[in-house]
Write a protein that binds this ligand. Sequence first.
Ligand SMILES: CC(=O)N[C@H]1[C@@H](OP(=O)(O)OP(=O)(O)OC[C@H]2O[C@@H](n3ccc(=O)[nH]c3=O)[C@H](O)[C@@H]2O)O[C@H](CO)[C@@H](O)[C@@H]1O
Ligand SMILES: C=C(OP(=O)(O)O)C(=O)O
Length: 421
Amino acid sequence: MKKMIIHGGKPLKGDVWIGGAKNSTVALIPASILSRTTVVLEGVPRIADVDNLMDLLGEMDVKCKFEETTLTIDPENIKRSPLPAGKIKSLRASYYFMGALLGRFGKAVVGFPGGDDIGPRPIDQHIRGFEALGANVENEDDKIIITAPEEGLRGAKISLAMPSVGATMNIIMASVTANGQTVIENAAKEPEIIDLAIFLNNMGAVIRGAGTDTIRINGVSQLKAKASHTIIPDRIEAGTYISLAACIGNGIRIHNVITEHLDSYLAKIEEMGVVTDVDEDSIFVYPAGDLKMVQIKTEPYPGFATDLQQPITPLLLTAKTGEGIIIDNIYPKRVGHVPELRKMGGEICVENNIILIHPSSKLKGMDVNAGEIRAGAALMIAGLMADGETVIHNAGNILRGYDRVQDKIRKLGGDITVVEE
Ligand SMILES: CC(=O)N[C@H]1[C@@H](OP(=O)(O)OP(=O)(O)OC[C@H]2O[C@@H](n3ccc(=O)[nH]c3=O)[C@H](O)[C@@H]2O)O[C@H](CO)[C@@H](O)[C@@H]1O
Ligand SMILES: C=C(OP(=O)(O)O)C(=O)O
């Protein structure tokens, strides 16, 4: 267990570089086992989720080498082993081994995934997708056994009940080597889906329409990686630093950003009164003046991302007028940060799954708990704003998805350390 100790109240200034997207990386690593040849991923974030996925690959005798931000994955001697327990529980994205193993071997035995405590996270759409491709799915104890028919998976038309990121990616991974064409309707449109499609297409897959709500996959017999793949920048990490910069920055430039991925987010902070200069691949955030509250509803991409509703909350606490409202339509129970921010002096509460925020005076450093990754990000920003010392327990949840966060914040002038509890 780790805790993060912050001595807050110091204005931050300078430059910060965003890492590769966690939500792409955690799909591309399992997808690498679809390749018969060595895969090279560039721009890989240094996060705990990656370490855990590498351990899972190790269980299958897949060799990995991680140097700086280049991850080399050699699946040539992969052994078909079940992944029923252990590290599987440490992250949500371990469910991608279901689609990847099914696509590679026609069989997957994988434990139920873990992940953040943000309310119910069913995987019925993933399972429906595998079944539509002809697989047999059984639950046994705490694991799922998915088996393709002897003649292999067959392409099918699958209409998702909601545009699930995980189900879209898992169905793509399972169907790239299926017989015939698969059509996913009501597919998720997140940029990470496009990244996965580009990665797989460069290995010989035939995936069209990624980034729209209809994706067509024509099955091929084998995939072989031939060139390295650079992961897209993490739009959620970028949004977190934009919020931090507006809360406590004295002029911060955020580099390695695809600004179009942040359109809904940037529109909201502009509505609040935050002033930015948006370049081709960086955003400069000016010290904020008097801000006003806004109302936010999270939606699937290109709407306002659920993963940014908590990181923007400390910024709303700094607003001078009005009532802020956040409605998380994706995860209505994603409110674990609220009581912790209240302890720090934030005027924030939850009523019927609606988060209400009022102008707050200066926050005070406190002992708080990061129940999950983005709650942790919100508390980290609040700690940097607050007077005195903030100790964030369960800081491992932040390190799950924030690339070298201590180094980046220290370079901006923040006083932050992470130690074992
Ligand atoms: C590793 C990764 O990429 N995680 C992201 C991914 O999670 P994840 O892929 O798990 O999220 P989904 O897009 O699948 O979930 C969207 C919504 O659909 C529901 N649902 C989903 C699947 C299913 O089979 N049944 C079902 O009911 C979920 O409960 C949720 O309300 O997208 C979420 C929504 O943008 C983000 O918060 C996560 O950061
Ligand atoms: C919920 C998140 O991650 P995961 O799906 O990996 O739990 C997140 O990144 O905010």
